[in-house]
Design a protein around this ligand. Structure first.
Ligand code: SF4
Length: 62
């Protein structure tokens, strides 16, 4: 599983970082980006929660 943040859609609210700080970080532009190339097995629930919680639907998981 991978997560990707659409930089055009992210508004930098920080919700995904609050939910999954091991998976997302705020970058120098004040927007979220994925910290890991591959989501660890035990973080998949957090990844899905972040996807569902993003107010702009900016996070894609595959
Ligand atoms: S929850 Fe969505 S809008 Fe908020 S920082 Fe994360 S990716 Fe950006």
């Amino acid at each position: 599983m991978k997560v990707n943040v659409n930089q055009e859609a992210c508004i930098g609210c920080g919700a995904c970082v609050a939910i999954a700080e091991d998976l997302f970080e705020i970058n120098e532009n004040g927007l979220s980006q994925a910290k890991v190339a591959e989501v660890p097995e035990d973080k998949k629930d957090q990844a899905n929660e972040a996807v569902e919680s993003c107010p702009t639907g900016a996070i894609a998981a595959e």
